[in-house]
Ligand binder design. Structure first.
Ligand SMILES: Nc1ncnc2c1ncn2[C@@H]1O[C@H](COP(=O)(O)OP(=O)(O)O)[C@@H](O)[C@H]1O
Ligand SMILES: [Mg+2]
Length: 234
């Protein structure tokens, strides 16, 4: 079977003062359906750059990216957007929720342009919110929710379209320890019970320990890629 994600010799450079500054220096990587992967590394090592390429938010300077067997490295932004809609949910450090907009409306957003009718949208959003434990907070606005609850709304939004892959970039970066634990338990549940593939970026060891596989990136290169034998399961 083909891997869900396959990167072959991916490079990414940004122009700087007339030169190319190389950020990713030949990344080779395979991720199978159903994996729970943490990408770790110091600040500036290229984690977000890699995540943006994996999530079809950005394209590499060179190399090959096969997502579900499809070459995506040269697609235009419309095609990439279509792939993101079908296959990918995102969770970011800063939650990225619309203010003065209820939790359920925030969760409905990815479906606004997908031709799903209002009633169906409501139903799916309320189910997604219930599955992240927010059945009793559906009509709260972000400023009426704790940081952990806001992040759970963002996770509901990431899963509402049934996207098989969830990318999370430093999802616990703005949360205290207790809320971070709750969010990581939720990702574990989505992986175990809903069989979502989860790829999360973190620079915190304690957070990475919830994943089944840990990839360490240093200076734009994979330094290690190991099964996490010390996995936290509760
Ligand atoms: N759009 C950009 N233009 C130029 N340099 C960038 C851009 N995005 C990121 N970089 C640089 O690439 C390096 C890696 O950034 P990033 O992938 O965000 O690291 P990390 O997420 O591991 O902290 C940093 O040195 C950063 O300054
Ligand atoms: Mg980053």
């Amino acid at each position: 079977m083909k891997p869900l994600i396959e990167l072959k010799n991916i490079h990414k450079s940004y122009p700087l003062d007339g030169f190319d500054l190389e950020i990713l220096k030949g990344i080779n990587l395979k991720i199978e359906n159903g994996e729970f992967v943490a990408i770790m590394g110091p600040s500036g090592s290229g984690k977000s750059t890699l995540m943006n390429i994996l999530g079809c938010l950005d394209t590499p300077s060179s190399g090959e990216y096969l997502l579900d067997g499809q070459n995506v490295e040269n697609l235009d932004s419309d095609k990439l957007a279509e792939i993101r809609n079908r296959k990918i949910g995102f969770v970011f450090q800063g939650f990225n929720l619309l203010s003065r907009t209820t939790a359920i409306e925030n969760v409905e957003l990815p479906m606004v342009y997908s031709g799903i009718n209002d009633a169906e949208r409501r139903k799916k959003s309320s189910e997604a919110l219930k599955s992240v434990g927010l059945g009793d907070r559906m009509y709260h606005q972000p400023n009426q929710l704790s940081g952990g609850q806001q992040q759970r709304v963002a996770i509901a939004r990431a899963i509402v379209n049934n996207a098989p892959i969830i990318f999370a970039d430093e999802p616990t970066g703005n949360l205290d320890t207790k809320m971070s634990v709750e969010i990581m338990q939720l990702f574990s549940k989505l992986n175990e019970e809903l069989k979502r593939t989860i790829i999360l970026v973190t620079h915190e060891e304690d957070i990475a320990l919830y994943a089944k596989r840990i990839i360490k990136i240093v200076d734009g290169e994979i330094q290690s890629d190991t099964i996490n034998k010390k996995r936290i399961t509760k």
